[in-house]
Every structure is written in C-alpha cells, then in structure tokens.
Design a binder for this molecule. Structure first.
Ligand code: TYD
Length: 121
C-alpha cells in the first residue's frame, strides 16, 4: 500500500530545504518530472517499479487503487513524499497552475513494466 514519508526539512531565515536520503525503500535509478499538465496522467500500475512522488511546487491529487482499497492523496507540500508500490494503480490529476511533480523510480524506463488494465471493481 502507498505510504507517505515526511521528509527531513531544514528551515531558517533564508528559507527551506527538504532532503531525500536513506528514506526510500529502493535505490534511485531514474528521475523525471511532470509539469504543464493539461489532462489526467498516469492510469497504470507497474510490474516492478516502486516510485516516489514529491510535488515540489504547487499541488496535485493522486488517486490510488491497489485492487483492495482506494485512496486519494493530495500532494500540496514539498516536504511530503508519496511512495507507490508496483501494485498501486494510479492516476494524477488536478494539478495547480505552475505545479511540478517530481518522480523517483526504482527502475530504468521500460514500457513492458507498465500494466494499463485497471483492476475490476
Ligand atoms: P507516460 O508513461 O504516458 O506518462 P504518465 O506516467 O504521466 O502517464 O509517458 C509519456 C511519454 O514519455 C511516453 O512517450 C514515454 C515517455 N517516457 C520516457 O521515455 N521515459 C520515462 O521515464 C517516462 C516516465 C516516460
């Protein structure tokens, strides 16, 4: 099941700094980011890839279904990291203007790792 990690964050009079170090359940092999979003994205689960999502600017919503439970997570803080298991079928939507969703993946890109069929209700 998806989990949320509250990232170590350092605030001082200059501003804030959040860090991902030794908190993810995988080694990072790939980093990508999603922005200028006009329509819903995602709509799949994975065979192997674990992914960690941080909305580093703005906010967005992630709908998750692991085949048993449905959950919606609003990512609206750059201090929050959502970790999706491979079995978590997910869509991303309701991106605020100027938002950027950073994704860290446990696997190199492989289109054969995608399962696009949704779970039955
Ligand atoms: P896609 O998987 O449709 O994005 P989303 O998860 O938001 O639905 O990917 C969009 C395009 O980008 C598609 O042509 C594949 C390509 N792509 C890569 O080449 N490497 C990557 O790491 C990712 C995530 C996508």
């Amino acid at each position: 099941m998806a989990t949320i990690i509250n990232l170590p964050t350092f605030r001082d009079d200059r501003g804030a700094l959040s860090v991902i170090e030794k908190v993810l359940p995988f080694e990072i092999k790939r980093i990508y980011w999603i922005y200028d979003v006009q329509k819903q994205r995602g709509g799949h689960r994975h065979k192997k890839a674990i992914q960690a999502l941080v909305c580093v600017s703005g906010q967005c919503e992630i709908d998750i279904y692991d085949g048993e439970k449905k959950r919606t997570v609003v990512l609206d803080k750059p201090t929050q990291c959502l970790v999706l298991d491979p079995r978590d079928w997910h869509t991303m939507d309701h991106f605020s203007k100027g938002s950027v969703l950073l994704v860290l993946s446990s696997e190199y890109y492989d289109r054969n790792d995608y399962i696009k069929e949704a779970y039955g209700e």
